[in-house]
Design a protein around this ligand. Structure first.
Ligand SMILES: [Zn+2]
Ligand SMILES: [Zn+2]
Length: 136
């Protein structure tokens, strides 16, 4: 069966994640353009595994970004894995949730950015592996 399953107009990517959670938020796209389908399917499957282990709900604050939007939000990082649909930012403001996300992510996901209000996860093989950095 196809991993893409329609349910009430939303496109379900995995048991817990829908395409619209990963859309590029910039105004260049048609209102209902499903840009979240540009997420890498293996990455989203990995994210589901991480979520299963973390046992908490994930609120995605950034998923796919078109190249133009990436330049707007972070001009110093034009090569972000968000542009390739291989990264997410997950809302996170508590030490409890931060531990759960990171504990479940390692070692599946070997590129982690920690921000004040989010955790960035990616496993983009075109970028340096096995790193954790601080984000603004
Ligand atoms: Zn965009
Ligand atoms: Zn990010």
């Amino acid at each position: 069966m196809s991993p893409l399953k329609r349910e009430f107009e939303r496109i379900k990517l995995t048991p817990d994640f829908y395409e619209d959670e990963f859309r590029c938020p910039c105004p260049r796209h048609e209102r209902n353009e499903p840009s979240g389908v540009k997420m890498d399917e293996f990455f989203v499957a990995m994210l589901q595994d991480i979520r299963d282990d973390a046992r908490i709900a994930f609120t995605i604050t950034s998923g796919y970004r078109c190249p133009e939007y990436q330049l707007e939000v972070d001009p110093k990082v034009p090569n972000s894995s968000h542009v390739r649909g291989m990264a997410v930012d997950i809302a996170c403001t508590t030490s409890f949730n931060r531990y759960r996300i990171i504990n479940a992510a390692v070692p599946r996901c070997n590129r982690i950015g920690i921000g004040k209000e989010h955790v960035h996860l990616d496993s983009d093989i075109s970028l340096p592996p096995a790193v954790i950095w601080l984000e603004e």
